[in-house]
Design a binder for this molecule. Structure first.
Ligand SMILES: [Zn+2]
Length: 387
């Protein structure tokens, strides 16, 4: 199985120039592919797939447009990836799986710089503190010893730009997990808004979005976003007068991106810590509810909180960790009434409201925390599928 690792890199000024150039080339080639496909489609000509397009680009197009020969200065594999990505996006559109692909705009979800190893003879060499990227040379890593340094360990990688910083991800071949000895009994996990997760063994993981730190950052983000939209307006007005204020606008946009990034890091980190704590004791199994996130998002009062929680991100990361450790992951049927059933006698309480924080059973009279009751039911139900 493949595993993806990502860390920040510190390109030299020359490498930064080369990366920006490569990103620009990627954008240009990607957009050229879409424009050409659209044109051929309109004119009733045959669609060019990735292979046809490469031939056309290298021969017909570049000989007709000698001023575009800089395309060839970018590492060939990176250009090839732009063509492959554009072809895939267009194919998905043809098959009705996706909307017509959008042209890539500068500064919006910038493309990445892709590289692959060239067989066993030309592997991607990596040392504790640097990685040798085809077309770029040695690139300094911010985190030491995170990437594997064994020969041929790295299959491929990409460098992406995010909020003004460069990150390198690599794909490495990871050994298939060995079955581990179970050390503790299975656990059920109830996900929610008040606490991020309540576990059947009594542990509770707080919701990081309710902390002061995140609250403050959110407030700042809102303020900077308002500033950004004001600057967008004045940029529009100024450009009509012939003045250019896009520098100020771009500076503000970077500020907003950086705040988004910080919040994202805090949330991801909290998810990672929660998952690590859950799998650490190597339970016999882990059971979670198949959350109806889409349904929850329809609830206006809940949608923002749910979006911030990133339950999907949690589920994916948990599934991945469970796979690594060989822990079975139970996905409990979303219609199973985990909150409404009494764990002790099985009585169903149909009128349980979201605001009822504790569960009082009408059958046996037991009173307990609502989320803990749900977590216990999630642990013990047989209505699940394996992830
Ligand atoms: Zn009961």
């Amino acid at each position: 199985m493949f595993k993806s690792l990502k860390t920040e890199v510190k390109p030299t000024p020359e490498q930064r120039v080369a990366l920006f150039k490569a990103i620009g080339t990627f954008r240009f080639v990607y957009n050229l592919f879409l424009a050409e496909a659209d044109k051929r489609y309109r004119e009733g000509q045959k669609y060019m797939d990735a292979y046809d397009f490469s031939l056309w680009l290298n021969h017909a197009y570049l000989s007709e447009n000698p001023d575009k020969v800089w395309i060839k200065e970018t590492y060939a594999k990176a250009v090839k990836q732009a063509i492959i990505n554009a072809n895939t996006a267009y194919q998905r559109f043809f098959k009705g799986l996706a909307a017509h692909p959008n042209f890539k705009k500068k500064g919006v979800r910038e493309p990445s710089y892709y590289f692959v190893r060239n067989g066993a003879k030309q592997p991607i060499v990596c040392e504790r503190h640097k990685i040798k990227v085809p077309g770029l040379g040695w690139l300094a890593l911010k985190e030491y010893g995170y990437f594997p340094t064994e020969a041929n360990a790295i299959h491929s990688g990409s460098i992406s730009l995010h909020a003004g910083r460069f990150f390198c991800s690599v794909l490495v071949e990871a050994p298939d997990p060995e079955p581990v000895r179970r050390e503790t009994e299975g656990i059920g996990v109830d996900l929610g808004i008040k606490s991020f997760a309540v576990v059947s063994d009594g542990r509770e993981f707080p919701n990081v979005n309710r902390t002061r730190k995140v609250g403050k950052l959110e407030k700042r983000l809102k303020r900077e976003q308002r500033r950004l939209s004001r600057k967008r307006e004045s940029r529009k007005k100024n450009s009509k007068k012939g003045k250019d204020s896009s520098k100020r606008y771009n500076k503000q946009r970077l500020k907003v991106q950086k705040l988004h990034y910080r919040l994202d890091c805090i949330r991801k980190d909290s998810i990672r810590q929660t998952v690590a704590a859950l799998v650490k004791a190597k339970p016999e199994f882990i059971a979670v509810e198949d959350l109806n996130v889409r349904g929850m998002m329809k609830n206006r009062h809940l949608s923002k909180a749910v979006a911030q929680q990133d339950f999907y991100g949690f589920r994916n990361f948990l599934a991945w960790k469970c796979k690594v450790y060989g822990i079975p992951l139970h996905i409990v049927d979303r219609w199973y009434p985990s909150s409404k059933t009494c764990h002790f006698c099985g009585t169903l309480k149909a009128d349980l409201k979201l605001s009822d924080r504790s569960y009082v059973c009408e059958g046996c009279g037991k009173r307990m925390d609502r989320d803990l009751n749900a977590a216990l039911n999630i642990r013990d139900t047989t209505q699940y599928v394996l992830a």
